[in-house]
Design a protein around this ligand. Structure first.
Ligand SMILES: [Fe+2]
Ligand SMILES: [Fe+2]
Length: 204
């Protein structure tokens, strides 16, 4: 694995080794899923692994620490992050890797930063990291449609993202929950791309 340099990989591995065992187990499960997706889509398996290894480096921080670190780092804290501060673990993790571990790789930075909410700027690596994280079999109680999502992700990352974001947005709005603007922007960008490709169901 040489993406970002062995020094970066070693530093991320050290961070992961200090995380709670349950979180480490999640990271290693989603690394396996990312490998499968990378192979299927002809992507670099080492970058996929690095993305998964890096994505939750800040996940074990308390919400108080996440909020404090985000404020110190000058990260935006919008209405959704104010109400759901755990969403800051992607942005805080990305900034820590950048400032302390020498991460100098914009797609990887974005993949970590946006792995909870999604964002329209995500490239294939970012989409893969986002989806592999959701496909952890232990998240089945949150996402009972994981088997369908996995099949879609193996076929087409964008189709899987469209399915996930549509389901989650509908559920959140129906429940009176908040929808992160970056998730909505990503959903809109996927719908627009689908329309442009003429693949919107019901279109001629
Ligand atoms: Fe996460
Ligand atoms: Fe995760």
């Amino acid at each position: 694995m040489d993406s970002g340099g062995n020094g970066l990989l070693g530093r991320i591995q050290l961070r992961v080794g200090r995380l709670p065992k349950g979180l480490q187990a999640h990271i290693y499960r989603v690394m396996d899923i990312a490998q499968e997706l990378a192979q299927r889509h002809g992507m670099d398996p080492e970058r996929a692994s690095l993305g998964m290894l890096a994505h939750d480096v800040a996940r074990a921080m308390s919400v108080e620490e996440l909020t404090r670190r985000a404020t110190e780092l000058g990260l935006p804290i919008g209405v959704v992050e104010s109400r759901v501060p755990i969403l800051l673990h992607g942005p805080v993790g990305a900034e820590i890797l950048c400032r302390e571990d020498g991460l100098d790789d914009d797609p990887l930075y974005r993949a970590v930063y946006w792995h909870s909410t999604g964002h329209p700027s995500l490239d294939a690596l970012g989409k893969l990291v986002f989806l592999a994280d959701k496909l952890d079999p232990q998240k089945i109680s949150y996402y009972p449609y994981i088997p369908l999502l996995r099949e879609l992700a193996l076929e087409d990352l964008d189709r899987a993202l469209l399915e996930f974001l549509t389901r989650e947005t509908v559920a959140r709005v129906s429940n009176g929950d908040l929808v992160h603007p970056a998730s909505y922007e990503m959903l809109n960008s996927l719908v627009a791309a689908s329309m442009a490709a003429g693949s919107k169901p019901g279109s001629c």
